[in-house]
Ligand binder design. Structure first.
Ligand code: 13P
Length: 239
């Protein structure tokens, strides 16, 4: 799954989407491919990817259904553009928009209610990692989401993105990521949702993807920078 973040423009997107569409065919027999685009481009993405092997989603959603929430976008609005996915609780939103664990769970709930699949992002900062708090932080972030209940949890995706690995070129090692993924899997299993897909994110590139995907509890990737280059993104999918 690609997360374009705040990148793109009509012209650049058209080329990227055409390249993805052309390259995705055979890969889609083996994996799920998706891109999460900025809100203004969802119409373009849905029209250019319609009928292709690549699905699409947004990078955030309001916890509210409708109302006086200037600047917010509801899950039903995302449905108007046939989004399949929506990221919730990306670390950039937690850090820069003060999103709390409870708000992230509310967003996941709103997405599920509208039939979207939320991709719940969790991950510790460098400071928290250095203090040995990784698993504690992940558990705290996941708890309100797990409290939504087994049925809800079974319909979402979790993405583990250590903040120190995002955009730094310093990916977690496969073993480091696997340790955290195993802990996340155990938490999911405790609510009868062990089959939920757990993606890794943080400096995933074509040359480190295969070693990450070789880990038993890493089911895929949430890719930032490398998702803006069609060839690189398709090579990650091929891995
Ligand atoms: P990078 O792949 O650019 O490190 O970004 C990861 C990420 O934050 C995806 O959501």
């Amino acid at each position: 799954m690609g997360n374009w973040k705040m990148h793109g423009g009509l012209e650049a997107n058209a080329k990227l989407l055409a390249d993805l569409r052309a390259g995705a065919g055979i890969l889609a027999d083996y994996c799920t491919l998706a891109v999460c685009a900025p809100f203004p481009y969802l119409a373009q993405v849905s029209s250019l990817l319609d009928g292709s092997a690549v699905s699409w989603g947004a990078q955030d959603v309001s916890a509210h259904e409708k109302g006086a929430y200037t600047g917010e976008v509801s899950a039903s609005m995302l449905n108007d553009f046939a989004c399949a996915w929506v990221l919730v609780g990306h670390s950039e939103r937690r850090a820069m928009h003060a999103e709390t664990d409870e708000l992230v769970a509310d967003k996941a709930k709103a997405a599920l209610a509208a039939g979207l699949t939320p991709v719940v992002c969790v991950g510790e900062t460098l400071q928290e990692q250095d203090a040995g708090q990784t698993l504690e932080v992940i558990q705290r972030q996941l708890d309100p989401v797990l409290a939504l209940g087994a049925e809800a949890v079974s319909r979402l995706v979790v993405a583990y993105e250590p903040v120190w690995a995002i955009g730094t070129g310093r990916s977690a090692t496969p073993a480091q990521a696997q340790d955290v993924h195993a802990a996340i899997r155990a938490r999911l299993a405790a609510v009868n949702a062990a089959q939920v897909r757990v993606l890794y994110g943080g400096s995933v590139k074509a040359d480190n993807a295969a070693s990450l995907f070789a880990m038993p509890d890493i089911d895929g990737a949430l890719v930032g920078g490398a998702s803006l280059v069609a060839d690189e993104f398709l090579r990650i999918a091929a891995a």
